[in-house]
Design a protein. Structure first.
Length: 315
């Protein structure tokens, strides 16, 4: 289980550490084993004295709503989230796989259908009763006096839209993300959204000026741990199934600028989480090469830096 660690220097007084997970894609019993190993790793870190101010789960917790009908897999995830909530505030956002059912079909693209009711009844309505778990469909929650977690979940229309219609869909949804312009700049502001392209779009329209860190998932980092393998996959045009929308795909090479920590500007950073589950299980024959793909979790620490405050004051 790999852990990436980042430190963000900030002019703000508070020091915070968050643990980020995305794209668990729980779908089979082997995933439950991986989840138990993750739990052991988190508990081991805590026993060693590491503390977390929040756990952030950025969508695609389940691989589809079909999994919610498997009581064993459903309960494993619910117990995991209950545990996280008992340790530190735990914030969830929604991914495309969470709200879709997959029908048996030769055509992967046509096999998906929206099934939000199952996700709500068998998951959301349960975890909202867990201590320490924060559910915000779209909006903000103050986790303490010093930092705020915001969530933006784009509309289902956006999730299913073709590339040429995404701009229209986002524009129609403007009222739901206007709150981002009113965030308090004196607090650490973290924004969760499953889709990196949505966060980049919001930034291009000036909506992330008050956001310190925007966090996305969805594309599973689009990379292997071995450059030679990635070059081979690029050469044969291997697609990264699932990037951007549930019925779209992109080449691995197209995700080169959608990895790791990206400085959007002087105030805002975008972190695209590499995902707990690697790219491989969602990409056909690459399932046999799973060990070559990066998967893991991410720790991000906000560290006060007086020099930054001084530079801003002088500037």
């Amino acid at each position: 289980m790999k852990t990436l660690e980042y430190t963000i220097k900030t002019a703000k007084k508070s020091q915070k550490k968050v643990l980020i997970l995305s794209d668990l894609h729980i779908s089979k019993h082997e995933d439950a084993v991986k989840l138990k190993k993750l739990i052991s790793k988190i508990l081991e870190n805590i026993q060693k004295g590491k503390t977390y101010d929040a756990f952030l789960l950025d969508g695609d917790i389940y691989d589809s709503t079909n999994v919610l009908r498997n009581e064993y897999l459903r309960s494993i995830v619910l117990d995991f989230i209950r545990l996280l909530g008992s340790i530190a505030p735990t914030v969830l956002t929604t991914g495309n796989h969470d709200v879709c059912a997959l029908k048996i079909s030769k055509n992967y693209r046509k096999g998906w259908k929206i099934d939000y009711d199952t996700f709500r009844q068998k998951f959301l309505d349960v975890v909202r009763n867990f201590e320490g778990v924060v559910l915000v469909d779209t909006g903000s929650c103050n986790l303490d006096a010093e930092y705020v977690i915001s969530i933006y979940n784009p509309s289902i229309e956006y999730m299913l839209s073709s590339p040429e219609n995404r701009e229209t869909s986002m524009t129609k949804d403007r009222d739901s993300y206007e709150f981002l312009k009113c965030l308090d700049r004196d607090k650490i502001q973290i924004l969760l959204c499953h889709y990196p392209d949505v966060l980049k779009w919001l930034h291009s329209k000036g909506y992330l000026k008050n956001v310190d860190l925007a966090i996305a998932g969805h594309n599973h980092n689009g990379m292997t741990q071995f450059l030679f393998l990635e070059n081979i996959l690029n050469a044969v045009g291997q697609k990264n199934r699932g990037i951007i929308t549930p019925d779209m795909s992109a080449k691995l090479a197209d995700t080169a600028k959608m990895r790791g920590m990206i400085n959007l500007d002087g105030e805002t950073k975008l972190y695209i989480n590499p995902a707990f589950t690697s790219l491989a299980p969602n990409t056909g024959f690459l399932n046999h090469l799973d060990k070559f793909f990066y998967s893991g979790m991410t720790e991000i620490t906000f560290e006060p830096d007086k020099r930054i405050a001084l530079e801003k004051k002088n500037g």
